[in-house]
Design a protein around this ligand. Structure first.
Ligand code: AMP
Ligand code: ZN
Length: 665
């Protein structure tokens, strides 16, 4: 087999597996085998750039960066939908349709209304060529590079697809992936996202498509627009789209009467809670496309379609008490403790109140009867107060001004919605929180030790920071509650073992605010050892790719602190890894020391990520934007014009991929 054939065959095979996994939910190959095949294809494609194909499955991982999304006009306007809330509304609509069409038989399709961000995909000769957001309906943003990273969007169609058409759908973020993203954010000391829909639509506008690739987005399709598609009904359209490889949910029904429609609505108003993603209603459409055409549009929406909105699940219950939680970074979160109540299939006892402003805005008080709603959010929220039921002599909530754990006065910096306990070294919850983070699986992964053990050890006065863990002895640990000789031994061994954990993860384990897993890796790679990092200035740090001011500030503050410095030197003396391993340092030179590169455009010999890696491996730094500090701008094909202009005005030297490869030899 020639290389070209081999590449083609691998691409087809991988496409098929992608489709099985992401569209049909029915994988037929292990993740490992899939990765192996993908790696093989990547290798071949790198070796034979001649056979580049913009719809290759290897392009799912992203990497293209878009600074400004181009505005493009839709081939056909993207309309809104009229809303209805009752059976009567639906019957009125049906009457209008009958009148418009002159008493003929009309069938309806029912589909769920997926709650995410609308998208219009353009396909030509079976390849995705453009993806545009709804925008104002006439024109939207070209977000193709980001959409290509979504696995359920086919880059290459199969079957008897028409040569050119648009297809519309909704980009959604399924609950599970959303919860996972938030768990990570909380672990990294960041504010969790509010709901899946906003997060999905925000994702489409991220500048770095590799960041989009990491988000578990999904694309659900519902409508094809285009001439000569040979399609005559909405029902057939759904079927065809499925055949060509699109993800079209199978929850749909063809109905003859509004009664049948109502049955579907009532059924799914309940069953939607079992779906993996958020829905906010049912969309009912006239099935026959000829009839749709006859009915046409109003200025705002098609006359042939109607949304039936589900009522957001809402209940009222008594708010017994407002309590306050302190996070490991010191952030205070007020929590509403409710009289337990059933909502959307689960018993709700608590709701988040977010921050002081939120409480003030709704004038929420203890003893109030409050309305609780469960929308897209995983945690229910309070959306208002039933003032009729407010008890006499109730008084406005006075937000705490001292930490509930350590009684230190709280601070609130400008622009921050939250109050903080600044007692970094004395607040027990912050101390144990940091140690709990240090030992956690993604950080130092210390076996034989759990969160409760940390709390116990702290209460017994045995540890006050994570460096203390390394001095613990079996005899000290054994007297603790529920500790036997064996478990004490495991704990001490687990701690000792943790010195094998590589520098990148140690960086994460330190628990510096805003330094999550990815940032920790970046910092470790850019500075190679902790001493270099500890002496870096804010300015130097922001020159590192993806490190913004907020992170840089937090890092400098952390290392500036005397106690932190001492803890680190103690960790060092216990043998914790504070530099990249020899293996990682191998292949590394200092050729580019002190030089800052900005990389822009598309490259042919190496991928953008490889290029960045080469720079870092040779001691250089990768910056995200051109400034007077930039040494070289490495320009690839289709480089952003603004970067070039900026480099030219600042006198930054622009070099090609070949020039660069020559420099590093
Ligand atoms: P609205 O924004 O409330 O006017 O509703 C219109 C939007 O609903 C469209 O832009 C679509 O993106 C979205 N939508 C979600 N599911 C469907 C569906 N099954 N059929 C049509 N539109 C849908
Ligand atoms: Zn405190």
């Amino acid at each position: 087999m020639s290389a070209e054939q081999q590449i083609e065959s691998l691409r087809n095979e991988l496409r098929e597996h992608n489709h099985n996994y992401y569209v049909l939910d029915n994988p037929t190959i292990s993740d490992y085998d899939f990765d192996m095949k993908l790696k093989e294809l990547q290798k071949l494609e790198a070796e034979f750039p001649l056979f580049y194909d913009e719809s290759s499955p290897t392009l799912r991982v992203g990497g293209m960066v878009t600074k400004n999304f181009e505005t493009v006009a839709h081939n056909q306007r993207m309309y809104s939908l009229d809303n209805s809330y009752s059976k009567e509304d639906l019957q009125d609509w049906e009457k209008r349709i009958q009148k418009g069409l002159g008493d003929v038989e009309v069938e309806f399709t029912c589909e769920l209304k997926y709650d995410g961000a609308s998208i219009n995909l353009t396909y030509e000769d079976g390849k995705l060529i453009k993806a545009v957001t709804r925008g104002d309906g006439y024109q939207g943003d070209n977000v193709t590079t980001n959409i290509k990273t979504i696995n359920s969007v086919p880059l290459q169609l199969k079957g008897d697809y028409p040569s050119k058409f648009d297809i519309r759908g909704e980009i959604v973020l399924p609950f599970e992936g959303f919860a996972k993203m938030n768990a990570e954010r909380i672990e990294n000391g960041e504010e969790p996202y509010m709901n899946p829909r906003n997060t999905a639509s925000g994702s489409l506008k991220l500048q770095d498509s590799a960041a989009v690739a990491k988000r578990p987005l999904d694309c659900l399709l519902y409508g094809i627009v285009g001439q000569n598609t040979g399609i005559t009904s909405q029902w057939q359209m759904l079927q065809k789209a499925r055949d060509w490889g699109f993800k079209v949910p199978t929850v749909a029904k063809l109905c003859k009467t509004t009664d049948e429609v109502m049955t579907f609505v009532e059924e799914w108003d309940v069953r939607r809670h079992d779906l993996p993603y958020e829905t906010d209603g049912v969309v009912i459409k006239v099935n026959n496309l000829q009839q749709q055409e006859e009915l046409g549009h109003t200025s705002k929406s098609p006359r042939w379609a109607m949304a039936y909105k589900f009522k957001a699940e809402q209940v009222s219950t008594v708010l017994n008490e407002i309590t306050y939680q302190v996070g490991r970074t010191g952030a205070i979160t007020p929590v509403a403790n409710l009289e337990p109540v059933l909502l959307a299939g689960t018993t709700v006892k608590r709701a988040s109140l977010h921050n002081a402003d939120q409480i003030a805005k709704f004038d929420i008080r203890e003893g109030d009867t409050v309305y609780v709603e469960k929308g897209g959010e995983i945690i229910p929220k309070i959306i208002g107060v039933d003032f009729n039921k407010r008890p006499q002599h109730s008084s406005p909530t006075k937000y705490i001004d001292h930490c509930p754990e350590c009684h230190t006065e709280l601070v609130r910096t400008e622009g921050d919605a939250k109050h903080y306990c600044a007692n970094y070294y004395g607040c027990p919850v912050q101390i144990t929180g940091r140690i709990q983070h240090y030992i956690s699986r993604k950080a130092m992964d210390i076996e034989g030790m759990g969160s409760e053990t940390v709390t116990l050890l702290f209460q017994e006065g045995l540890i006050t920071n994570y460096a203390d863990l390394y001095s613990l002895t079996k005899d000290q640990v054994m007297p603790l509650e529920r500790m036997a000789e064996k478990s004490a031994e495991n704990l001490v061994n687990g701690v000792a073992d943790s010195i094998k954990i590589p520098f990148e993860r140690v960086m994460f384990a330190l628990g510096i605010r805003f330094v999550g897993e990815t940032v920790a890796k970046k910092l470790a790679k850019a500075y190679k050892n902790i001493d270099a990092l500890m002496s870096a200035s804010e300015e130097e740090l922001t020159a590192v790719d993806e490190i913004g001011e907020r992170i840089a500030k937090s890092v400098v503050e952390f290392f500036h602190n005397e106690e932190n410095r001492e803890i680190i030197s103690r960790l060092k003396s216990h043998g914790v890894q504070f530099e990249l391993s020899a293996e990682k340092l191998e292949n590394q030179t200092e050729k580019l020391k002190g030089q800052i590169f900005v990389v822009s455009g598309v490259f042919t010999k190496v991928s953008r990520d490889e290029l960045k890696k080469l720079i870092e491996d040779n001691g250089g730094k990768v910056g995200s934007s051109v400034s007077s500090k930039t040494t070289f701008l490495v320009a690839g094909d289709k480089m952003g014009p603004s970067k070039r202009t900026k480099a030219e005005t600042l006198g930054v030297q622009i070099i090609s991929e070949d020039d660069f490869l020559e420099i590093i030899g």
